[in-house]
Design a protein around this ligand. Structure first.
Ligand SMILES: Nc1ncnc2c1ncn2[C@@H]1O[C@H](COP(=O)(O)OP(=O)(O)OP(=O)(O)O)[C@@H](O)[C@H]1O
Length: 651
């Protein structure tokens, strides 16, 4: 399927190659015109001798013209092309000027009379210029290729494929348009019971839209999709905290409830270990008391340990131990390549959560390897199998004679890219988009800051307030301390742009005292990170200072405030960071500390990104002043702590 319309246009006038091409085109046009003139001259009856003395001047002019004509013919005969260096320069310039108009007008709209008028008006053309017929545009029969006029090159408009341009719209707010659980009777009663047990009485808008759509494609069981046709792949773009996880967990679990043999039927790929762990926990809640088994493969355990949870080597061959595998891309590829008996050939759902982030890691080429593992190679295919699985290609009578075992891709993100070029890498099959946002932004890469890139790109949770605090670099830690102490909040998440910044701020706040603080970054191993998150969830940590490792997907209930200690560089990062608060219809606040130089760009970025209201919050020095003595003391302690850490590292 062609995704792009590549408009061909001259582009901005430029020197170099383009100007050269332009010159060649003009020469060609001039040659066409000369031929037209010659033809017209041949057809013309011989000129009558002027009889009136008043016509003397015209006669002289006409004689001049007649004199020039054979000269031009001679030049052509001698091989000098019009527009070539041998042609008089003024003549060539004239032709150039005419071309501008020729480009703008059709051949029917360039009658010779126009030039006659010009001559009578004493235009330069009248003084020794070409005769009236010469000034006309190219003859009607000549096909002029391209527009060589100097008109401004048209801007190429983004052309989105229909599925991206016309999404199924989903309600933005999770406090409005809720659908009671019993209003979707397609969901299995046991699952509804479990939802209620989890305190969920209604579906959020994204769940109410996506769950029925997915269940419809599995109405005839997961082995054959509706009508025997391969189901559409789904892309879901909805705000942070809007319940996207359950939107795929419920239908996947329900579809697999009727499975007889344990095989890997659902694969969920997430960008980080912590996120994978969180999603695997949600699956466990809804597969509990069912025969379905969930395996988590993220590298938190050794490869051998993970292999034991995936496959069992029996006397009869390998036995699959997991129906649903939740994985990070790297570890998944390790298992595809190194775990004997690990097969994806029965895969029914491939869920890619935080899809835009996972697309960014496509350079690891994990998806082609996974897809290759899901489709048997030509030679290994059983031609007599009841169900086939072949890579999607042109539909022919032969390709539809055997029912296809469907593989459906499901993409979820709060910042799903609309860049068809990126989406194309995923090889989506007749995709369908569910979105809360408008698509008027068109083809844009969220990570590319384009000047004049207008329109709200993302939808933010309704209960979230956005503020920024202008401050100097020196005062930043003091402002963070002031915010936390002033607001007296129990769960605050503070983001920095590097693990060094996170750790130093942690040491400083710890030295300041009065705040239960921890830092979270790749400084710590998976075990330690898991423990830190758990303590934060339990409310044992009041302030968690983190890198972007916790910016995506992490669902900690009751985060009241997100502080961007270091301003995020990209809008997409901002969306995910602040999305750790105001989840599931709750309210929350986001503060971003900004240096003076960052202010303008940040405010513009958020305005263009669709932030409904951004407030300025000043931290007056008289409020910070009381904290200064303790802060000075903490700074000197920080120095000692850093030196101590460096000494230990060196030892
Ligand atoms: N129907 C519901 N009713 C009440 N709470 C819900 C409902 N659905 C989900 N939740 C809760 O909302 C919270 C956010 O859900 P979830 O993590 O799925 O959001 P998300 O859209 O995936 O966010 P992100 O984009 O940040 O990953 C979770 O704590 C979840 O338990």
């Amino acid at each position: 399927m062609a995704l792009f319309y590549v408009a061909r246009y001259a582009g901005p006038e430029a020197a170099g190659a383009e100007a050269e091409a332009d010159g060649r085109a003009r020469a060609l046009l001039e040659r066409l015109r000369c031929r037209a003139r010659e033809r017209q001259l041949q057809k013309q009856p011989p000129q009558q001798e002027p009889s009136e003395p008043a016509e003397a001047a015209q006669t002289a002019q006409a004689a001049g013209k007649r004199r020039r004509r054979p000269r031009r013919t001679r030049r052509r005969k001698s091989g000098g092309a019009p527009g070539s260096p041998h042609a008089p320069p003024c003549k060539r310039r004239k032709a150039d000027d005419e071309d501008e108009d020729a480009g703008a007008e059709s051949s029917e709209e360039a009658p010779a009379g126009n030039s006659v008028g010009a001559e009578a008006a004493g235009s330069p053309e009248g003084q020794g210029g070409p005769p009236p017929e010469e000034a006309s545009g190219p003859p009607a029969h000549a096909l002029v290729l391209g527009g060589f006029g100097r008109s401004k090159a048209p801007k190429v408009q983004a052309f989105l494929p229909a599925w991206l341009a016309e999404p199924s719209c989903v309600g933005k707010s999770v406090t409005e348009g809720l659908v009671p659980i019993d209003d979707i009777p397609e969901v299995h009663p046991d699952l509804r019971k479990r939802l209620r047990a989890q305190g969920i009485s209604s579906y959020f808008p994204v769940q109410a839209a996506v769950i029925p759509a997915l269940l419809e494609s599995t109405a005839n069981g997961f082995l054959v999709s509706r009508g025997g046709y391969r189901p559409s792949d789904l892309c879901v773009s909805a705000p942070t905290g809007s319940g996207k996880t359950l939107a795929f967990v419920i239908p996947v679990v329900q579809a697999l409830l009727r499975r007889a043999v344990c095989q890997v039927r659902a694969l969920v790929v997430l960008p980080t270990k912590e996120l994978a762990q969180q999603v695997s926990k949600v699956f466990s809640v809804y597969t509990d008391a069912t025969p379905l088994r969930v395996a988590l493969v993220t590298g938190q355990k050794s490869l051998a340990k993970e292999q034991e949870s995936l496959v069992q080597d029996t006397a009869d061959g390998f036995r699959c131990l997991a129906d649903i595998v939740v994985a990070t891309p790297g570890r998944l590829v390790d298992h595809v390549e190194q775990t004997p008996g690990f097969s994806l050939q029965h895969l029914r759902f491939l869920v890619i959560d935080e899809a835009d982030r996972v697309i960014d890691s496509m350079h690891q080429a994990w998806l082609p390897r996974v897809v290759a593992a899901a489709f048997p190679s030509e030679g290994s295919r059983d031609p007599f199998a009841l169900l086939q699985r072949t890579q999607p290609r042109a539909v022919t009578a032969a390709s539809v004679c055997c029912p296809q075992m469907p593989l459906q891709k499901l993409l979820f993100s709060a910042t799903l890219t609309q860049n068809p070029e990126k989406l194309q890498q995923l090889g989506l099959y007749r995709p369908r988009l569910f979105s809360t946002g408008s698509v008027h932004g068109g083809l844009r890469d969220p990570d590319v800051d384009v000047a004049g890139d207008l329109g709200g790109k993302y939808t933010f949770p309704a209960g979230l307030t956005h503020r920024y605090v202008p401050c100097s670099l020196r005062l930043k830690p003091l402002v963070v301390l002031h915010l936390i102490l002033e607001m007296n909040l129990s769960r605050v998440l503070c983001f920095t742009n590097s693990r060094e910044n996170s750790h130093r701020l942690f040491l400083l706040v710890q030295a300041f005292g009065g705040v239960r603080v921890a830092d979270f970054s790749s400084r710590y191993g998976p075990g330690a990170r898991k423990l830190i998150l758990k303590r934060f969830q339990q409310g044992k940590i009041q302030l968690l200072i983190s890198t972007d490792a916790t910016a995506r997907g992490i669902d900690v209930q009751g985060v009241q405030l997100v502080v961007n200690y270091d301003a995020p560089q990209y809008l997409r990062t901002y969306v995910h960071r602040v999305g750790r608060t105001a989840r599931a219809g709750k309210s929350g606040q986001a503060f971003t500390l900004l240096l003076e130089v960052q202010e303008r760009r940040f405010v513009r970025m958020l305005r263009e990104g669709g932030v409904p209201r951004l407030e300025r919050h000043d931290a007056p020095s008289e409020l910070l002043q009381p904290l200064v003595p303790r802060y000075q003391e903490a700074l000197s302690q920080l120095e000692r702590a850093v030196r101590e850490e460096q000494r230990q590292k060196a030892a």
